[in-house]
Design a protein around this ligand. Structure first.
Ligand SMILES: Nc1nc2c(ncn2[C@@H]2O[C@H](COP(=O)(O)OP(=O)(O)OP(=O)(O)O)[C@@H](O)[C@H]2O)c(=O)[nH]1
Ligand SMILES: [Mg+2]
Length: 200
């Protein structure tokens, strides 16, 4: 897949603010600061999502229309403690509802920091995706921060721990590693979704 054009469409939290069309969504999820917005900029080769030093930057669901045919969705990170509890609960609920019920979600790119592997929250989120019946595309981020042998061992370990049919994709926005593979795996998700929704 080539990314030809990308347009920021909208920020939304409530279901009524989400895009209206039938086009599929690929959501990008993970802990606060794991690199979701960076990954979106890197994938699209545009400075389109906001990246910050402080975690908790992305607070809404941000929709980016790609090639006029599907949405990439930058999600707020989970596990950021400094957000007020009520706000956190509200995001959590809206997000969960979105991922559980919106038929347009073709899959979730779930980011995990390669330095630490899955945290308790990552494991809970993986279980949530399994229960929701969502396709998981697991990505290990920030590969430039670890050596080659740690990459390999973490890749094997995470595949086993999460029960994934294929190894997670290793990426680094610094070295550029993993971009082509991630785009291919996204394409597969979209193809699956289109097959399942043909004729609608
Ligand atoms: N070295 C390195 N740093 C990265 C990489 N990806 C992201 N970062 C850094 O990690 C920090 C967090 O990145 P963001 O993209 O804002 O993370 P996020 O997951 O969107 O965070 P929230 O919006 O707060 O949930 C930034 O300082 C990025 O520069 C990577 O591949 N390598
Ligand atoms: Mg972000």
């Amino acid at each position: 897949m080539e990314i030809r054009d990308v347009t920021f469409t909208r920020s939304a939290l409530k279901a009524s603010d989400r895009p209206k069309e039938h086009a599929p969504h690929v959501a990008v999820a993970g802990r606060s600061n794991v690199g979701k917005s960076s990954l979106l900029n890197w994938l699209t080769r545009r400075q389109i999502a906001r990246v910050a030093k402080a975690p908790g930057k992305t607070r809404m669901l941000n929709y980016f229309l790609v090639n006029g045919s599907f949405y990439l969705v930058d999600l707020p990170g989970y596990g950021y403690a400094k957000v007020r509890r009520e706000t956190k609960q509200q995001w959590g609920e809206e997000l969960a509802r979105y991922l559980l019920t919106d038929e347009r979600v073709a899959g979730v790119i779930a980011l995990i920091d390669i330095r630490h592997g899955p945290t308790r929250l990552d494991l809970d989120f993986q279980q949530f995706l399994l229960d929701a019946g969502r396709e998981r595309l697991v990505v290990l981020t920030k590969a430039d921060k670890v050596n080659r042998s740690k990459r390999k061992s973490m890749q094997r370990e995470v595949q086993f721990q999460l029960g994934l049919p294929r190894p997670p994709v290793i990426t680094s926005v610094e070295s550029g590693e993993g971009r082509k593979e991630l785009l291919e795996r996204m394409d597969e998700l979209l193809t699956l979704w289109r097959r399942a929704h043909r004729g609608e």
